[in-house]
Design a protein around this ligand. Structure first.
Ligand code: LLP
Length: 435
């Protein structure tokens, strides 16, 4: 059975069993742009933005949706997010510069990160970034000084670590005590940070932020942490903290395999907003403006990676390796997090699976496997494989390992395709080298 749930909304299969996305035949896209290739379905991408805004705002007007750029950003996409009325969450000067290059209004941008450099903070402050999510005492001092030098008062939120485990991979868990991110509530550091921020001459403390991890398939961690942080925040009313902004971060899950059933966007919205409303009413506190920061769940389902098969190695009684022309350089997630993906033969979608194979990449690492021991139809060199749910944290974590050029990105919509990032050339990769 074709795993429709992990493919973009517009995905169909034509009469010859070929995969069609955004009205474009994937095999034609491969002929035009080559492989490896990442395609993004514009309709799915925009629909996800609209669903987030609608599901949150229909429950409470005072909600904003900030796209987490770390999932993947480039100027063309920043323009789309602007058109859709989203804000942006950036975590580096590079992501901020990308937003700026696209003409994105920087007042709708929040700067995150556990160790923003002085150069990055100066760049952000001098260009009028909306909010900085302060993550350390070092940053609290530094940012106050930078804002003073620029003659500005910078809006900030404080990132706290509520000590709630969202049960994700240990590498993507962030809101627990033993984490490099945020001020821990448990140790008293978060309280100290709030008091210090309230006294800082050139910082304006708007509210609080936490991010538990990613991807979070449960609703309960959001409920528990939202309630906990709001109750904890109430104690600072006497110190002058008026909670205007509240953010439970991102981390909303998507389906990677046919068996995954993540909560709907509306389920997350309901869990967070109903908790926020009930807790604030219990505390006699005004309900703050809510900002959520989905990354994966906006762009993940819109993206599909396309590869071409080359070498096939059958070790009788052991394993059959089918190698493709990409791998851990464009998708490190299987190697890094043991992430599991569906794989579909883009030209043989209706062919019955007949053999067990392992899909290997072309990188010089035995761990460079994209999918292990999966059932596929008979495959030969030249066949195209599609890996869905690949829009988030694949191209954005891509590297030039083994000096392989990073793949191009193509937007598909209504039968049209548009290149939004060309394939790197060997010259591109040597561009910064000095002989
Ligand atoms: N907000 C903050 C403060 C974050 O740290 C993150 C993700 C997000 C929002 C967005 O989370 P999302 O909605 O995309 O789950 N490379 C890993 C994921 C790392 C996520 C880091 N922070 C992966 O490939 O699974």
């Amino acid at each position: 059975m074709f795993p429709q749930n992990v493919f973009p909304d517009t995905t169909t299969v034509d009469s010859q069993g070929r995969l069609v996305i955004g009205g474009c035949n994937t095999l034609d896209l491969v002929s035009e742009y080559g492989t490896p290739l990442y395609i993004l379905d514009e309709q799915t991408l925009r629909a996800r933005c609209r669903s987030y805004i609608q599901e949150f705002r229909q429950r409470r007007k005072e909600c904003d949706v900030y796209y987490a750029c770390k999932a993947y950003i480039n100027p063309a996409l920043a323009k789309i997010f602007d058109e859709e009325g989203m804000g942006l969450d950036v975590v580096s000067g590079g992501e901020l510069a990308t937003a700026q290059a696209a003409g994105f209004p920087l007042e709708r941008v929040t700067f995150h990160g556990n160790n923003k450099t002085p150069v990055e903070l100066e760049f952000a402050v001098s260009n009028g970034i909306g909010t900085v999510a302060v993550d350390s005492f070092y940053e609290l001092d530094l940012l106050n000084r930078i804002a003073a030098e620029a003659g500005k008062v910078q809006n900030i939120i404080i990132r706290v670590s509520p000590g709630v485990d969202p049960h994700t991979h240990v590498y993507t868990t962030t809101g627990t005590l033993d984490s490099k991110f945020g001020f821990a509530i448990q140790t008293g550091h978060a309280a100290q940070a709030v008091r210090q921020a309230l006294k800082a001459s050139n910082l304006n403390l708007l509210g609080l932020h936490f991010h538990l991890g990613s991807p979070i398939f449960e609703l309960e961690p959001y409920r528990v942490a939202t309630d906990l942080v709001l109750r904890w925040a109430a104690q600072f009313r006497e110190d002058g903290l008026e909670l205007k902004e509240f953010s439970p971060g991102g981390g909303f899950a998507i389906a990677y395999t046919r068996d995954d059933a993540p909560p709907e966007i509306g389920d997350y919205a309901e869990a967070i907003i109903s908790t926020m409303t009930a807790t604030c009413s219990d505390l006699g506190m005004e309900i703050p403006n809510l900002t959520v920061e989905p990354g994966r769940s906006i762009i993940g389902p819109a993206g599909v990676a396309l590869y071409q098969i080359g070498a096939i190695k059958d070790i009788p009684g052991v394993r059959k390796y089918v190698s493709v022309d990409g791998g851990m350089g464009d998708n490190i997630r299987p190697a890094l997090y043991q992430a599991v993906y569906e794989v579909v033969a883009a030209g043989k979608v209706n062919d019955a699976p007949t053999e067990r194979v392992t899909i290997a990449g072309k990188y010089c690492e035995s761990g460079d496997l994209l999918a292990s021991d999966i059932m596929m139809p008979e495959l030969v060199a030249g066949d195209v494989l599609a890996i869905p749910a690949a829009g988030a944290y694949c191209p954005s974590m891509a590297s030039n390992y083994n000096l392989n050029p990073r793949p191009p990105m193509v937007l598909v919509n209504n039968g049209q395709s548009r290149l939004i990032r060309r394939r790197e050339s060997y010259q591109d990769m040597m561009h910064c080298d000095v002989i």
